[in-house]
Design a binder for this molecule. Structure first.
Ligand code: AMP
Length: 282
């Protein structure tokens, strides 16, 4: 695996390559990340992974400070599965003029819904970094996890704003055998907290099992209560149109429905989602 720290050298190397697959990450790699890499390896001639903990997407400075960093382990995991290129920039490389007063992107209502509402500025930060990474890598495909469902929508919008031909491939969420969605933030959970954290996926399963049986308002309330009873501080339980992400009150049988949860377990903010209704033709 070749490691690049500078954009010019990376560009020079990639300029002669075809069918480039790209997996942007913030490191602290787990099996979920590696599944994205494997998808890229399957569908591309060259797979580029980036590891960069992007300061501009953290609305909470403490979350940025505590973000886990395991770079030596990450490098050996990437080498083991055969990733071709690792892009490992510093903040100065991606933001040579600093991280203040950066450009903004018109991501429409995605800016203010769900994660956007609870993490002001987060998606602008995500766009700022992914825009720079896309310019540096110019991939044919970018592989992203359904785990960050709204982020996939934001990046799809970014790709169209930038008029790029890059195709976004959304990879299903990889879970522990318990059902807990894999996440770098899980490293910050104690064993007891990990057991409690399983409640999130159980609640999503519950919503899915009952989506046609109970009113959505009731399901939402029950879900919030189940989480609160286990000690979570709930940011939101959203039951929404899987395309527009607008909250719904009743199901339109022709449209997919996504349930999304964001909740704190003590200091750690966890998110997860599940397709809870699939329209027959979709
Ligand atoms: P992160 O390092 O958290 O920024 O994540 C990098 C990429 O990995 C994003 O596209 C995430 O959606 C994806 N990802 C994170 N966790 C999972 C998971 N459990 N399953 C699938 N993809 C994931």
């Amino acid at each position: 695996m070749i490691i690049f720290k500078e954009i010019a050298a990376l560009r020079a190397y990639l300029s002669e390559k075809e069918q480039i697959g790209f997996v942007p990450t913030m490191g602290a790699l787990h099996h979920g990340h590696l599944t994205l890499m494997k998808e890229s390896l399957k569908h591309s001639k060259i797979t580029v992974c980036s590891i960069f903990v992007n300061p501009t997407q953290f609305n909470d400075p403490a979350d940025y400070e505590k973000y886990p960093i395991t770079i030596e382990k990450d490098i050996s995991l990437l080498e083991n599965i055969g990733v071709d290129v690792l892009f490992l920039p510093t903040v100065d490389v991606l933001y040579p003029n600093g991280t203040q007063n950066l450009e903004t992107y018109d991501i429409t209502e995605l800016e203010n819904l769900w994660e956007g509402a609870y993490r002001p500025g987060h998606f602008q930060g995500v766009c700022q970094v992914v825009s720079r990474l896309l310019d540096a890598v110019l991939p044919d495909h970018i592989f992203m996890g359904q785990k960050d469902f709204q982020q996939c929508k934001v990046i799809q919008k970014l790709i169209s704003l930038k008029n790029l031909s890059t195709k976004l491939v959304q990879v299903p969420t990889v879970r522990e055998t318990t059902g807990l969605a894999m996440s770098s933030r899980n490293m910050r959970l104690s064993e007891t907290e990990k057991t409690t954290a399983v409640t999130i996926s159980q609640v999503l399963d519950y919503i899915k099992s009952n989506i046609n049986l109970l009113p959505i308002s009731v399901l939402k309330l029950e879900a919030e209560n189940k989480l609160s009873e286990q000690g979570f501080k709930v940011d939101y339980v959203g039951i929404a149109d899987a395309d527009t992400l607008q909250a719904i009150e009743i199901i339109d049988p022709a449209r997919n429905v996504i349930a999304m949860i964001a909740a704190y377990l003590n200091e750690v903010r966890l998110i997860d989602n599940m397709l809870v209704y699939q329209a027959p033709s979709n």
